[in-house]
Design a protein around this ligand. Structure first.
Ligand code: PLP
Length: 395
């Protein structure tokens, strides 16, 4: 008999490529100084949470401490879920009620709970490349076979030929993420319409529901007048996995939610399965103080404009030097084409100039690198000469 679950042991021993780079950056900072390490590895918000978050926390801390720190209902406090539903309906007119909402510890928990709620033995879960690498971990841990729809590397929309080949009779769920980590692309209205039609056709063909998990931690991080369709209004079998980690710059506070669309067939059973998965995984009663904080700050965001400034400086500078990059409409990532086929080799060369970038392989696409531009504007500006030197190696 094995001492521990070997799959879990392996997961715990292999650090993600992103974490490895981040640790490397910390070591380099000790040698050359933090200001000289151009660390674009981690998607940790660089813009502070808005003042209203701090003000609400102070106000709450001055109130009844027993109520503040006590348990809420497993799915979250009723008044919190009412505030969340009201805000969703005000923005998207989606007919969501408090009974459709399950409060969670961020998008990661929203995804693992949803996947554990839906996946039965033999089911497949499909993600669209490029994707957040933890999708694979979450889907496999829930017992699913993980499959990937290839990326359209022109505009990073969905490659529908690959979609047709990949989504089959065993597909239980498809995960989308728009605005996207790592490409920064937003799925267009045309793509969303095509996706929903294709899913409905597949459901009719196979005679069962195919759930859409819309992973939305970057929903509010869009920089121009870009539409990000609210998937509950587009496709009935939708679960929205939301998080305040990025919109309110509070990733360490672990707060988000799942919405199970009340328009799907069997929605009360699906919600019960979500509650059951939350229970089985120990994800009951999301942090009570944070529930109250977000309830009071619906519709608020950090100063997202600062990311737009960063995007413009970095995109213009890198494309000016000769790099090819996808123009990002949202999130805080720039996806740059590696000037050599092996993105890992390119990232290794970049380390010589203390530029830290993540090769795209772990996102399910080859030949790109991800730059998380949630760093200071000053650091971006100071990093440009280092990129010039790096590019000179390829000329
Ligand atoms: N999904 C995507 C696409 C992400 O980029 C992240 C975090 O970076 C998560 C989910 C996890 O978010 P959270 O910190 O809210 O768990």
């Amino acid at each position: 008999m094995a001492v521990v679950n070997e799959k879990m042991e392996a997961l715990g021993k292999v650090r993600s490529a992103i974490r490895d780079l981040f640790e490397y950056g910390l070591q380099r900072a000790k040698i050359v100084g933090a200001e000289n390490v151009y660390d674009y590895s981690l998607g940790n918000p660089s813009i502070p949470a808005p003042d209203c978050v701090k003000d609400t926390m102070i106000e709450l801390l001055e109130g009844d401490s027993v109520a503040l720190h006590g348990y809420t209902s497993a799915a979250g406090a009723d008044d919190v879920k009412e505030a969340v539903a009201a805000s969703i309906n005000e923005r998207f007119n989606a007919g969501v009620t408090k009974n459709d909402i399950y409060m969670t510890c961020g998008a990661a928990a929203s995804l693992t709970i949803s996947l554990n709620a839906l996946v039965c033995p033999g089911d497949e879960v499909v993600a669209v490349a490029p994707f957040f690498p933890e999708y694979r971990v979450f889907a496999q841990a829930a017992g699913a076979v993980f499959k990937v729809v290839k990326a359209d590397t022109e505009k990073f929309q969905i490659d529908f030929d690959s979609f047709e080949e990949t989504v089959g009779p065993n597909t239980k769920a498809v995960i989308i993420n728009s605005p996207n980590n790592p490409s920064g692309a937003v799925l267009s209205r045309e793509t969303i319409d095509r996706l929903c039609d294709a899913l409905r056709k597949k459901e009719a063909e196979y005679g069962h529901q195919i759930f859409l998990l819309s992973d939305e931690p970057y929903r509010e991080l869009v920089y121009d007048d870009i539409e990000v369709p609210y998937m509950i209004n587009e496709y009935d079998d939708t679960l929205v996995c939301y998080s305040y980690s990025k919109s309110l710059s509070m990733p360490g506070e672990r707060i988000g939610y799942i919405v199970v669309s009340n328009r799907m067939e069997g929605n009360t059973d699906v919600f019960a399965a979500v509650a059951g998965a939350g229970r089985a995984l120990g994800f009951v009663c999301a942090p009570s103080m944070m529930q109250k904080v977000i309830a009071k700050n619906q519709g608020k965001t950090s100063d997202i404009n600062a990311y737009r400034v960063n995007r413009d400086i970095l995109y213009n500078a890198l494309t000016g030097i000769g790099f090819e990059a996808v123009y990002p409409d949202g999130a805080f990532y720039l996806f740059v084409k590696s000037p050599e086929p092996d993105a890992k080799a390119f990232c290794e060369k970049a380390k010589k100039y203390d530029i830290l970038m993540v090769p795209s392989d772990s996102f399910g696409v080859e030949g790109y690198v991800r730059l998380a531009y949630c760093v200071s504007k000053d650091k971006i500006e100071r990093s440009i000469p280092a990129f010039e030197k790096l590019m000179a190696e390829y000329k």
